[in-house]
Design a protein around this ligand. Sequence first.
Ligand code: PBG
Length: 329
Amino acid sequence: MNQENRTIRPRRLRRTEGIRSIVRETSLTPQDLIFPLFVVPGEGVRKPIVSMPGIFQCSPDEAARDAMHARESGIPAVLLFGIPRRKDSEGTESCVPDGVVQEGVRAIRQAVPDLVVITDVCMCEYTDHGHCGILDDNGTVDNDATLEHLRRIAVSHAEAGADFVAPSGMIDGMVAAIRSALDLAGYTATGVLSYAVKYASAFYGPFREAAEGAPKFGDRRTHQMNPANVREAVREARLDEQEGADMLMVKPALAYLDVVRAVRNAVPELPLVAYNVSGEYSMVKAAAAQGWIDEKPAILEMLLGMKRAGADIIITYFAPEVARWLTER
Ligand code: PBG
């Protein structure tokens, strides 16, 4: 009882399922999701990734099958990573016409024409040293030498039919360089989804097994961001907007929901993507396998939290199962 005969009771809005549903502020639908795929050379290949139960390295034909199933369950987009036949110091296989991502894009385009196809543009899966670019004499990523390669990779993905290219190396000027390369090559309709705000995170561990792209020495702290910083995230996001990015990304998601909110507020005009990364996936899978966490509500709560923080779209390895859960209810 607050005053006289007037009572203020927030619980009225939680009394029945119907009431809870009309006052809900945020929702999660299959249309919000992007499903990442790991493409390897060959045919009929489907190799489990041990640290990511339920996720596979697939040859282009198998990736196209996964893409079709994703589309059928209401997922509008996939994000492709490639594991090449051969690695070298310059990541040569990243921009050849019959490269693994290029073949993957073509196979998916043909099998599922209305699916949005996004490709990761980075050199770490293609270089023998595992770094995200060309190295200088000190073994650090040479920013401007790397830009030239990113331009070529992006154009070759566009040529194969990608709708968006997604540079993930945190190389200064990568969005402007790629935008101008695409335009010069006539791919004015191909968009850039920038990994604008990407942290040097421990949560990429399982991905580095999946994509076979762990650095052979050192780390990525001269280009990926310090987890301590959020003002810097706003700066990175604004720069990528100025350079012509069509969409922005914050990565990882779970430990960075404040960053998602800050970028959403600072650059309200652009669609914002949160990347629910490999470590965030594997943690839940591992705990669920032990019976220590109730997997389905835990996953839905995590993804809803990302939407509430301000993400429009979520890249997640959970996409197929989440889409199934959301449509069967
Ligand atoms: C780099 C890249 C990484 C991820 C996506 N793109 C790894 C890294 O920066 O080391 C991580 C994705 C994940 O953990 O799910 N090309």
